[in-house]
Design a protein around this ligand. Structure first.
Ligand code: ADP
Length: 489
């Protein structure tokens, strides 16, 4: 037995005899001896003994007082007291004081050895429990800090552990779920629980997680989840895939809208080209001109769509460079209006107004500013009714510059206002209202404005129109022109 024991007695004869007897019976036990309580206490402070044996009667500090001290210094060390024959009261006191056992003189060696052996074993088990507790605490701490949601279900389906990440992902507090059945607190668990892959052993790659939906407080969460069995239940770990999944859905919508967007101009171009090639019909000069005009317009539309996709890609890859040059914003706005007018001849009914100071000069990137205005104008036209009026309003303000594109179109539902700037996001992807688009226009605008340290915002009233506002900071501009003169475009 690998253990270390301290024997305290002022009876030197006993101090010699006892260790000998113990060494014979308890193989491998290491024994220290002390003649006084004070010396014993010093040793106990230094060494974490597996057990201490002490005579109850000692000079100076007696065995009971020593016991009290040991309890303070090493509460886990079992202490056996040796009492004189018939000293029952002392023995009782010793037990009350927390002694592990008492041995009466004359010492029954078998009893003594057995008791000491038990004490050593108890101490060893205590130590193991302590180590396991520390280990468990360490694991629990790790689980507190991992970014995956972790929860533990016992065999009865009751949640026994719920880590902070699980709370952060689901919004459900540990107090609300721990101690309750998973199918009570996680709506839909009854159906998805059996679908979750559960491994019998932990280990990397042992089982691939599955992406499953869980409806929590009216929100659909997509979780990538798997479990590992253990003796009393299953530990589940999950990640939130809701956003990735939403983006996937948007991408799917994007692919179908873009293919639609590309197919329409291509069909028009193809149709016109076929007509021009026909030899069996003689086209009048102006008809031919009109067909060529359609081809040009539709090609431009294709170029714009492809341009948007490439630009969004460049933004994503951080490959955009911004120039700092002196730019007259008024002429940029005028150019943008003219470009849109030519590009959208089919919407010749739209009236454009430019309200701006005579000159409004910024230090910025002319191409990017034009791009922002073109996208906002393109939308304003797309979502305007026949004969609608669109106003581009420019204003030099005290601490910055403001550009607004105002329309009288269909407006944007309140609940959509935050989302329309998202990549690929379209309010009407099914084209119920028949207006196409890639869902990239506003994303591009927002990203370009952000990179110019500005801010893009929107106010809108459904059925009445929308106003998109670009605020650029002061460093982009020169001191503002004092007056704003309204001039028709
Ligand atoms: P899209 O190519 O679909 O126009 P955008 O990113 O430019 O993509 O716009 C996202 C969504 O915002 C559009 O699908 C549309 O529903 C809405 N939207 C943008 N501008 C306007 C506007 N001026 N009036 C009404 N709705 C608009």
């Amino acid at each position: 037995m690998n253990a270390r024991v301290l024997i305290v007695d002022d009876d030197t004869a006993l101090l010699e005899a006892l260790p000998e007897a113990l060494r014979l019976r308890l193989n491998g036990v290491e024994i220290d001896t002390s003649e006084t309580a004070l010396d014993a206490l010093e040793r106990v402070r230094e060494v974490d003994y597996d057990a201490v044996v002490s005579d109850i009667k000692l000079p100076g500090m007696d065995g009971l007082a020593l016991l009290t001290e040991i309890k303070q210094v090493r509460p886990g060390t079992p202490t056996l007291l040796i009492t004189g024959h018939g000293e029952h009261d002392l023995a009782v006191q010793a037990l009350r004081g927390g002694a592990y056992d008492f041995v009466q003189k004359p010492i029954d060696r078998d009893y003594f050895v057995r008791s000491l052996e038990r004490a050593i074993q108890v101490r060893r088990l205590d130590r193991q429990v302590d180590e396991q507790r520390v280990e468990l605490e360490r694991h629990a701490k790790v689980l507190q800090h991992v970014d995956r949601g972790v929860f533990l279900l016992d065999d009865a389906g009751v949640i026994r552990y719920w880590n902070p990440a699980a709370k952060a992902i689901t919004g459900l507090d540990a107090e609300r779920v721990v101690g309750r059945r998973a199918d009570e607190v996680l709506p839909g668990w009854e159906a998805i629980g059996p679908e979750v892959p559960v491994a019998t052993e932990p280990g990397p790659g042992s089982i691939a997680p599955k992406t499953l939906p869980l409806e929590i407080q009216g929100h659909e969460l997509w979780l990538s989840i798997s479990g590992v069995e253990f003796e009393e239940g299953v530990v589940y770990a999950f990640r939130n895939l809701t956003e990735e999944r939403a983006l996937d859905e948007l991408k799917n919508d994007f692919v179908s809208t873009v293919s639609h967007e590309l197919r329409t101009p291509l069909a028009a171009i193809y149709g016109c080209a076929q007509t021009l090639r026909r030899e069996d019909i003689e086209l009048a000069g102006e008809d031919e001109q009109q067909l060529l005009e359609v081809i040009t317009q539709e090609s431009e539309r294709l170029t714009r769509i492809v341009g948007d996709i490439l630009l969004a890609n460049q933004i994503e890859a951080g490959r955009l460079r911004f120039m700092k040059q002196e730019v007259d914003l008024r002429s940029i706005a005028q150019e943008a209006i003219d470009e849109i007018r030519t590009a959208l001849m089919a919407r010749a009914d739209i009236v454009f107004d430019l309200v701006a100071p005579e000159s409004i000069v910024v230090h910025g990137d002319a191409d990017k500013l034009r791009q922002v205005l073109l996208n906002l104008l393109d939308n304003a036209v797309k979502y305007s009714p026949a004969g609608g009026r669109i106003e581009v309003y420019l204003e030099a303000r005290l601490n910055g510059l403001r550009m607004e594109v105002r329309d009288e179109g269909i407006g944007i539902p309140h609940g959509e206002l935050k989302r329309i700037f998202g990549k690929f996001y379209r309010v009407d992807p099914q084209l119920i209202r028949g207006v196409g688009g890639t869902g990239l226009g506003l994303y591009i605008c927002r990203e370009l404005v952000r990179r110019m340290d500005g801010r893009l915002s929107v106010t809108s009233a459904e059925g009445h129109g929308s106003t998109f506002v670009v605020d650029l900071p002061l460093q982009q501009i020169r001191p503002p022109e004092p007056t704003a003169v309204s001039q028709p475009a």
